[in-house]
Design a protein around this ligand. Structure first.
Ligand SMILES: Cc1cc2nc3c(=O)[nH]c(=O)nc-3n(C[C@H](O)[C@H](O)[C@H](O)COP(=O)(O)OP(=O)(O)OC[C@H]3O[C@@H](n4cnc5c(N)ncnc54)[C@H](O)[C@@H]3O)c2cc1C
Ligand SMILES: Cc1cc2nc3c(=O)[nH]c(=O)nc-3n(C[C@H](O)[C@H](O)[C@H](O)COP(=O)(O)O)c2cc1C
Length: 763
């Protein structure tokens, strides 16, 4: 086969080598515009795993590369006058120039025709004289632009500015992050050694800081001097150097995130940065380039046709690329939003930095550096008031809100049971909530409990609007208090336009087949075309409903609930006032966010006035309507939380969505946690995170990184009422209390979980 590799970077060269290894008869030419040793950039990082893949593909080039690796295990973070070091991270770096020289030599040895200083104007032209063109022409791929109609690229330029510099200062003991506060804002460096006397030194900052420094108007030389002054105390008198001669001006860049819908067209295929990029902070560009080269060379050999090989290549590599791009997006967004975290204690800041891509979990950090993690856990427990010598996972730290003391940070999220009769909880509720309270969670939040019959979602919804409701809830609360050390929270709500609908396991949100009741909403809207239009609330309706909330709160106080939650999420009445999607009012309760918040805040204040001062109140919000700029977006949720905080709400329960039938949520593990993170770290308000959080590892990393104060799990608690006790047993934590009659079961579980920790009290 006659093959052209357009570009002599890691992708082009390594594909040429791999193709030749599969079949020495291939006629392979690499076209590269630069000279052989004329390369931009400094060092690249490769993980052990990538190196093993390279070694399996071609032991010869791997053998040549290996002696040139610089290895380091530690990550050091300089922040607010402290240097925090953690270990066990295992990286290796190599000079990009050296890597390319070794690959060039290997390619030559395999009779690849290397043509340097050869500019290719058109991949399509090259394709006429070659069987296959591998377009590995890098980040600014001309091929990708030339054939944009086929590849359909999406290129997103990210917010931060960065510049890739080098230095002879040694950073050989650790991959080093340096955060410096300057008169123009924060600026930081990512520094790592890649040969015996040179280190990469990437400087990054926000666009605002960059503008204030005037970096854009500086020459590369002036830039280096300015950065030297900023980072002088870490450079030991060494200079910062640029070798970006291929770039005009100051050489600062905005990272372009590249993704293409298709990677091949006729006999042309994209590879490496030309096809997709992953942000430098996860250090995977060279990995993606070389592993894609291995995959394509392999499929061309194993598949019957070139098109079949392309299909397999795209299929297999796209999944890997998307996985890495997702981690890279988390990581780059962390750096874009870093100013949000710069108030954190150095311990928590470091943890947040290490777990930013969400690829490294809490327990994974323990494997890397147990001592450091235990130090961080001890810090967390100390701050939570657990005493000086407690080393336990963050999920087992106590938490105090007003006078309510929770034994741990796990919350059973409110979940409608649809088992009430005329609003009255039944034995189902006693057993259901009793079991969850026995199961170890610090706080059990009961389902949305409705303040009036017409405020129910379905005929099976629970209420707190009649004396028998109060008696039934009192029995449940008494049980929880008498038999467990969990606290119990009452969620109060009104269904609004989503009321008068079928049970959760019937046709959810659809109107009742018969016996519908009229529904209320801020405006005359219907939840969906099949639901009835709501009656737009008059001021008299608003007074009545407010009084119903107050009466329900008074009953909840008499029931002795430990906490109250106002349900202002998921499209129900109070939520439908907040979102502009359903609040079309033109009076003082509609229009601006301030106006739309007026009625929910009025209800909160009225309820707060009758709720015992020692007990907290939370408000659950939908932090994202998932409809773009038309609805609530995460930045609006920050403004909402500020208003709640000012009104005296103790904690914000940060949910999202269910406010519009047109919502397009982006699901994933912990997918709503970023909203909680943002609210907590931008407003300082305590938060609860919820949404697809199901592993103890998720809970611990959310808490330790300061993304929430409490973590709610809903569905996991339907599957396992004993989620917390089981998690503790699995993790070898012996500090959680089990119900006494269950001790033999506990002891057996402890033994079976294989931990050598002693069982605290024998039976
Ligand atoms: C600041 C920064 C830090 C990075 N850090 C890391 C890291 O730590 N680890 C890591 O793995 N990766 C890192 N990368 C990414 C890495 O450098 C690239 O992802 C990797 O080099 C991609 O390889 P490639 O072969 O696709 O493209 P490139 O290496 O860009 O190679 C493309 C080649 O094509 C040539 N070319 C382009 N157009 C033409 C043309 N028309 N005619 C002839 N030749 C042409 C170019 O001269 C170039 O040599 C970093 C990138 C940046 C910007
Ligand atoms: C069966 C069921 C009923 C629910 N009922 C309520 C409710 O009454 N009030 C509420 O705020 N959220 C309710 N939710 C939402 C959950 O509290 C939680 O926010 C959501 O399920 C996401 O968490 P998860 O991924 O842990 O399940 C309900 C969820 C389920 C699965």
């Amino acid at each position: 086969m006659k093959i052209a590799c357009l570009g002599g970077g890691p992708a082009g060269l390594y594909f040429a080598i791999s193709a030749k290894l599969h079949d020495a008869a291939h006629d392979v030419t690499v076209f590269e515009r630069n000279r052989p040793d004329d390369t931009f950039g400094w060092g690249v990082v490769l993980s052990d795993e990538t190196f093993q893949n390279i070694a399996a593909n071609d032991p010869v080039s791997a053998g040549a590369i290996k002696p040139h690796f610089a290895y380091w295990d530690d990550i050091a973070v300089h922040y607010r006058g402290q240097k925090i070091v953690s270990t066990g991270h295992g990286f290796s770096g190599i000079a990009r120039k050296k890597l390319l020289q070794l690959l060039q030599q290997r390619a030559r040895d395999l009779s690849v025709d290397l043509r340097f200083q050869t500019e290719v104007d058109s991949a399509a032209e090259l394709a006429k004289t070659h069987d296959l063109v591998v377009a590995a022409d890098g980040l600014n791929s001309r091929t990708r632009s030339e054939l944009a109609a086929h590849f359909k690229p999406a290129i997103e330029r990210r917010k931060n500015k960065f510049v890739w510099l080098g230095t002879h200062q040694k950073f050989d003991d650790a991959f080093t992050f340096i955060f410096e506060e300057t008169e123009h804002g924060w600026i930081w460096a990512h520094a790592y050694q890649f040969d015996s006397d040179t280190a990469t030194f990437i400087v990054e900052c926000s666009d605002e800081t960059w503008q204030k420094f005037g970096f854009g108007a500086m020459s590369q030389e002036e830039n280096c001097r300015a950065c030297e002054r900023i980072f002088a105390k870490y450079l030991g008198g060494h200079r910062l150097v640029s070798n970006a001669t291929h770039l005009r001006g100051s050489a600062w860049l905005n990272f372009p995130r590249v993704l293409c819908e298709r990677w091949s067209h006729d006999n042309i295929v994209l590879m490496g940065d030309a096809a997709a990029t992953a942000h430098f902070s996860v250090g995977s560009g060279t990995k993606l380039a070389m592993e894609s080269a291995i995959a394509l060379a392999n499929y061309l050999h194993t598949e019957p046709t070139m098109q079949a090989a392309f299909a397999k290549y795209e299929d297999a590599r796209r999944t890997e690329v998307l996985r890495l791009q997702s981690a890279a997006r988390n990581s780059l967004e962390w750096f874009e939003d870093v100013e949000r975290y710069l108030h954190l204690d150095p311990v928590q800041f470091n943890y947040s930095l290490l777990t930013r891509s969400q690829r490294i979990s809490h327990e994974n950090l323990r494997l890397r550096d147990k001592e450091w993690l235990e130090g961080a856990e001890a810090w967390f427990q100390r701050l939570a008031g657990a005493g000086d010598n407690t080393i336990r996972r963050p999920m087992f730290a106590p938490f105090k809100l007003r006078d309510m003391q929770l034994k741990n940070r796990v919350v059973v999220s409110p979940m409608a049971q649809y088992k009430a009769v005329d609003g009255c909880p039944t034995d189902w509720h006693l057993v259901h909530y009793g079991e969850r309270a026995k199961g170890g969670a610090g706080l059990v939040c009961i389902e949305m409990t409705c303040v009036s019959p017409e405020g129910r979602i379905t005929p099976g919804c629970a209420g707190l609007y009649a004396p028998e409701h109060e008696a039934a809830w009192t029995r449940i609360v008494d049980f929880v208090h008498r038999e467990t050390d969990a606290k119990i929270c009452c969620q109060l709500g009104h269904s609004g336009a989503k009321g008068s609908t079928q049970l959760g396991w019937e046709d959810m949100d659809a109107p009742l087949k018969s016996g519908n009741w009229p529904v209320l909403a801020p405006s005359e809207v219907a939840w969906s075309p099949r639901n009835q239009r709501a009656h737009a609330m008059t001021r008299a309706d608003m007074d009545r409903v407010r009084d119903q909330f107050v009466a329900a709160a008074e009953m909840a106080a008499r029931c002795d609930f430990d906490m109250l939650e106002l349900h202002c999420a998921h499209g129900y009445l109070l939520s439908s006032f907040i979102t502009p999607l359903t609040n079309l009012r033109t009076d003082e309760y509609g229009g601006s966010l301030e106006n739309r918040m007026r009625y929910p805040l009025e209800i909160f204040r009225a309820v707060r006035a009758v709720w015992p001062a020692a007990k907290p109140i939370s408000v659950r919000i939908s932090a994202n309507d998932w409809v773009g700029a038309e609805g609530i977006q995460p930045q609006d949720a920050v403004a909402i939380s500020r208003m709640l905080q000012e009104a005296g709400v103790d904690i914000c329960d940060v949910s999202a969505g269910q406010t519009s039938v047109n919502a397009e949520p982006v699901y994933g593990r912990m997918f709503q946690t970023p909203f909680s993170d943002r609210i907590r770290n931008e407003t300082g308000m305590a938060t609860m995170a919820v949404g697809n959080i199901f592993e103890p590892d998720h809970v611990n990393s959310i808490l330790m990184a300061g993304r929430a104060d409490l973590v709610c799990l809903a569905r996991p608690h339907l599957a396992d009422p004993y989620w917390t006790l089981h998690a503790a047993a699995r993790l070898g934590d012996r500090g959680e209390t089990w119900p006494q009659p269950y001790y033999p079961g506990r002891d057996q579980l402890y033994r079976l979980s294989g931990s050598t920790e002693p069982i605290p009290s024998a039976v």
